[in-house]
Design a protein around this ligand. Sequence first.
Ligand code: PLZ
Length: 456
Amino acid sequence: MASTDIVPTTAHPVGGPSLPQERRLVTAIPGPRSVELAARRAHAVSAGVSSTLPVYVAAGGGGVLVDVDGNSWIDLGSGIAVTSVGNAAEAVVAEVGAQVQAFTHTCFMVAPYEGYVAVAEHLNRLTPGQHEKRSALFNSGAEAVENAVKIARAATGRSAIVVFEHAYHGRTNLTMALTAKNMPYKQSFGPFAGEVYRVGMSYPYRDGGRTGEQAAAEAIRRIHTEVGESNVAALLIEPIQGEGGFVVPAPGFLPALARYAHTHGILLIADEIQTGFARTGDLFACQHEGVVPDLITTAKGIAGGLPLSAVTGRAEVMDAVHPGGLGGTYGGNPVACAGALGAIRTLEEQDLTGRARRIEQVMLPRLQALAERHGVVGEVRGRGAMLAVELVEPGTREPNPAATTAVATACHAEGVLVLTAGSYGNVLRFLPPLVIPEPLLLEGLDVLEKAFSQLG
Ligand code: PLZ
C-alpha cells in the first residue's frame, strides 16, 4: 500500500470555526452513540477518571462542541480555559499540520529546533516586565509549576514555598502538596512533599471584607512567624484563583505581597496557567494591578489545545540552574510549539484581550441580574471571560453545592456546557472561548437563567 493510501482508523469530521455556530439538540442527552461509548468506557477506562458531560465529542470550533450523535453544544468551558482561540482554530491547524508533516519529535534536549526557540521568544516578549527573560517549556501545567519551584530553589538556595488557601496548582506529588483542596485531588494520595506552607488568601466575600493590604499583612505575619523570610524561596499564587472558585483578591493584595517578596529576596511566582493568554482581558492577570512576577507559569491557553506549558522569568533566575537541570522527553514538543505559534498569532491578530473584555461587558450585567432575582446567588465575580457566580443558602453565606450541581445539570440537559469550581463546590464558572459569537453567548445565558428559575 502506498503511503498516500493510509487512512485514519476512525472517521474524522471537520471542526473549526466553519462549524455552524448554533445550539442544536437532535437526540436525548446523552444520545445513543454516547451511551454506547459510555458502556465501552466503563470497561476500558479507570474509574478514577471522570467527565463533566455524559456525551462524547466528535468536533469543535468557535463557540460549539458537536457530539457523536450530532448535538451541538454551546461551550462555556473551553476545556477548562484552554481553547481560548476556539477549537481547531485556523492558524493552529495550519501550523500543526505543517509541523506534523515535517517532523513530530526529536526531543529538544537531543536535537533542537526553531519552534521551541520562537515560542520562548514570544513568551519573553508577552509576559509582564521589561527585564531580560528566559523561558523553558514543558507539557502540563503541573509540570511547569514543579519546574518553577525547582528553579526558585536553585536560584535562591532556599527551600520553603508559600502557597495560599483555595490554591490549585496540579495533581503531581509536589503540586498536590501545593494544592489546597483534599477531595478529589489529594484524598488517599499522600504522603506529600515537604517545605510547603499555606497562608490565608484575600477572599473578599468570605474574609469579612478585609482590604487587600490587611489580608496581605496577615499572610506576611504568618510567613514571618512560622517560616522565616530567609528560608522562603518563593511565594506561589494564582492572581485570580481558578479551581478554588475564581477568587479575585481585594485590590492591593498582590502588590503588597510583591513588595514584601522583593524586600526579602523571595521570588514571586504567578501561576497564570488558567488566567493567562488574554482570558481576563489582559494578556496576563497580574498586569491588572501592575504586578511583575519574577517567574510566571503558563499552559492551557498557550497552544490552542495542544499540551504545552512554560516557565518564564528573570534571566538571572532562569539561568541559575545548572545545564541539564531542566528538561524532559516531550517538553516543548515541536507539534505543541507549532500550536502555540498559531494560537499566539490568533490572540494578537484577533485582539482576543479585547474580546475577553467584551465578553465581560455582555455577561456581567446578566449575571448581576440573576443575583438580584435569586437569593441563591451570593456573589458574582471575575474578570474578562473568567466569570463566576457563588451559590449559597439564601439569606446566608452557607455554601450551596446542591443548587450549583442542579443548575449545571439543567444547563447540560439543554446543551450548554458550564463548569463548577470552588473549595466548597458551590461556584458556577464561565470560561467561554474568546472567539464565541455573541448571539451564542446570549443564548447560553438564556439557558442559564432558565436553569436558575427551575431551582424553585
Ligand atoms: N495551575 C492555576 O488551573 C489546571 C485542572 C483540572 P495541568 N486546572 C485544571 C483538574 O481537575 O485536573 C491548573 C491550574 C492552575 C496549575 C494547573 C495544572 O495544570 O495542565 O492540569 O497539570
